[in-house]
Design a protein. Sequence first.
Length: 198
Amino acid sequence: MRPQPERLDLIPQADPAVLRRWGVSDCGRVDRPALVRSLARLQDDEIAPPSDMARLVRHIRHRYHRALIGLIEDAVALAEACEAAHSGEEFWPHGLSDRLVEILEALEDHQQREDAVVFPLLLAGRPQAAEAVTTMEAEHARIRRLLDVVLALTQGFEAPSAACVSWRVLYVLTCKIDLDIREQMRLEERELFGAAHP
């Protein structure tokens, strides 16, 4: 009888609910229905963002603010679990979970300032919006640098050929996070912040 390959149980290193939601409680088994459901949630409706400023702000809050934080939290939990299981492997991106936490903290602070200060100033057409927007643009530059570090760490989100499904799912999440944050910032800079710089 051939020995079975060792299964790496990921649950002790991360929130089990997150791992079950993504169908990757360990490296040797995949809960396909759970994985398919979670991957399906990453697909967005292909609709053009509204041109009206108030509706665009609502769109950004709903499509990006609410969704991104939860997605990054899941990626952090999965990265911590994978790191515990794979940190000794040659191609593991050491420090990935820490970099994701940095992105999460930066984005939470940024979104809170947008919701509490910047969006209300823009919607009211207040002259103070210009200074607030300048601060937001500087924060965007910092967030882009954090995203670039993760992009480099993950080799452009390309998992090595021997990577387990958990590792691959993590890279799908980090790629989605990268795309969505960059699109949110692009939308704000091109469609929203211009109103503060006549």
